[in-house]
Design a protein around this ligand. Structure first.
Ligand code: SF4
Length: 462
């Protein structure tokens, strides 16, 4: 693995499966070469759980989960549960799974499956580890049991998620992650890809479920962790991101949920997404938008943006380093950048010496903040500005964006957009796809103002 190799995590593999007996070391090596840094190998019954715990102790990239699959629910007697209790507390055992309900194959009676599912969630809560959930044709009962057993207290993931968008939102609201396999690479799965496009990446995991469900280039063959790369590339296409972004975000998700690997929690002043470099210069804001993700946490696309102080010009320049490889430099972060107008002007002036393209993402209230028209000051320094419009009338704007300037802020945002055209070559009004916002009305308003218009998914940040 080189520095340029993505560092992915296969969050669901069955390396104890007999199809890996002959060449397990080669399979792990191939995964490492392909950029799959860690593999979580999942138990389905007592023997496979024991084997996976043993494998995790022998191979550094491997972690284990232990549990009884719904197919094997009849085996979960008191003695097996006690054995599981011992195993789950072993080193590198990070979850209880896979557990759940399978009403498709029906290899165990439903009441026995449900009882095993409940007992294993109770075990997970007892030891404080997340659950890995198998759900096949049993959506309603899975959600009911997760709720009744308060599985949200430990969290977990719905592996190989097979529900629709409504169910996905229920799971996300309960605090669960959703995991996707090579099935998202299959040509006929447009509907699944359309759903994934609408889900927040910060709650998505990638998995192979190997030896099953090989991605498209290997369909029908034995699947293995190295092939996760194809699923990750498809996710990058769906989300219009780079593979490196997908690797960073989904690996961070695995760290947050399972504690797998390591995580850089140092605050980021300059952070890359796709080919752009974003600058995080303040966490202060004139708005308090009801959809703002920073009220949950300050992680954006795998980058930690909670600042312990506001950086000065030299700190920002040091964080940028060589600015020339990037398509553009964007003042953004988790706050309103134009609160720091002087810093933006100084940094932009220096970046312009390198021929950089500069963009600002703003809430458009800078003229209220500074009590003057600041747009002439950005002349020649800023190439593009994206202004969050987010509503077509003042009342809706204030209900959603909750500006500290009250309802006058909406008029100020519209004026800002109008005036910006005189000083900045590209001006775009944006809106998030929040339920109360009328997209058509916003688009018409942007047209009236004579600026471009762009829609952002409300749970996609950065
Ligand atoms: S303007 Fe941006 S940073 Fe400020 S509260 Fe709204 S979404 Fe959050």
């Amino acid at each position: 693995m080189t520095d340029a190799t993505p560092k992915l995590v296969d969050s669901h593999a069955h390396l104890d499966n007999s199809r890996f007996t002959e060449d397990l070391e080669e399979v792990i090596l191939a995964a490492q070469t392909a950029g799959v840094r860690y593999i979580l190998s999942i138990g389905c019954d007592l023997q496979s759980s024991i084997t996976n715990v043993d494998l995790a102790s022998r191979y550094e990239p491997l972690y284990a989960a232990v549990g009884f699959h719904p197919h094997d629910a009849t085996q979960l007697d008191n003695s097996a549960l006690e054995h599981l209790r011992q195993l789950v507390q072993r080193k590198k055992v990070v979850a209880v799974g896979e557990i759940g309900l399978d009403y498709y194959r029906n290899r165990a009676p439903h009441d026995i499956q449900q009882q095993a599912f409940r007992r294993q969630i109770q075990l997970a809560r007892e030891v404080g580890k997340p659950v890995i959930i198998h759900d096949r044709d049993a959506h309603e009962d899975v959600l009911t049991i997760l709720d009744e057993e308060n599985a949200s207290a430990v969290g977990g993931v719905l592996h190989c998620f097979s529900g629709d968008l409504a169910m996905a939102h229920k799971c996300l609201d309960m605090g669960f992650y959703l995991s996707f396999t090579g099935a998202i690479t299959y040509p006929k799965n447009d509907e699944v890809r359309a759903m994934v496009r609408q889900l927040p990446l910060e709650r998505i995991l990638l998995e192979t479920d190997c030896p099953y469900l090989a991605p498209q280039p290997y369909r029908g063959k034995r699947n293995e962790p190295a092939y996760l790369l194809h699923t990750a590339e498809t996710l990058a296409e769906i989300k219009e991101l780079k593979l490196a972004d997908i690797a960073r975000i989904t690996s961070r998700n695995c760290f947050d949920l399972f504690g797998i690997g390591t995580c850089d929690t140092a605050t980021t002043i300059a952070y890359q997404i796709r080919d752009s470099l974003y600058l995080n210069i303040t966490n202060r804001c004139t708005n308090s938008c009801i959809f703002c993700a920073k009220f949950n946490d300050f992680v954006v696309k795998g980058h930690e943006l909670k600042l312990d102080h506001e950086p000065d010009v030299e700190e920002v320049m040091t964080a940028i380093g060589d600015p020339t490889p990037y398509r553009e430099i964007v003042f953004c972060g988790y706050g309103e950048p134009l609160l720091r107008l002087d810093l933006i002007k100084s940094v932009a002036r220096r970046l312009k010496h390198h021929g950089c393209r500069i963009r600002i993402n703003t809430d458009g209230q800078a003229n209220l903040v500074h009590d003057r028209n600041i747009l002439p000051e950005l002349n020649g320094l800023v190439d593009a500005i994206s202004v969050s419009l987010n509503a077509a009338d003042a009342t809706t704007y204030q209900n959603i964006c909750r500006s500290r300037f009250g309802e006058q802020s909406f008029v100020a945002v519209k004026d800002f957009l109008r005036l910006a055209k005189e000083h900045i070559p590209e001006v775009t009004a944006t809106m998030v796809t929040y339920p109360e916002i009328d997209v058509g009305a916003c688009e018409r308003l942007a047209e009236d103002l004579g600026v471009a218009f762009r829609i952002r998914e409300y749970n996609e940040v950065g």
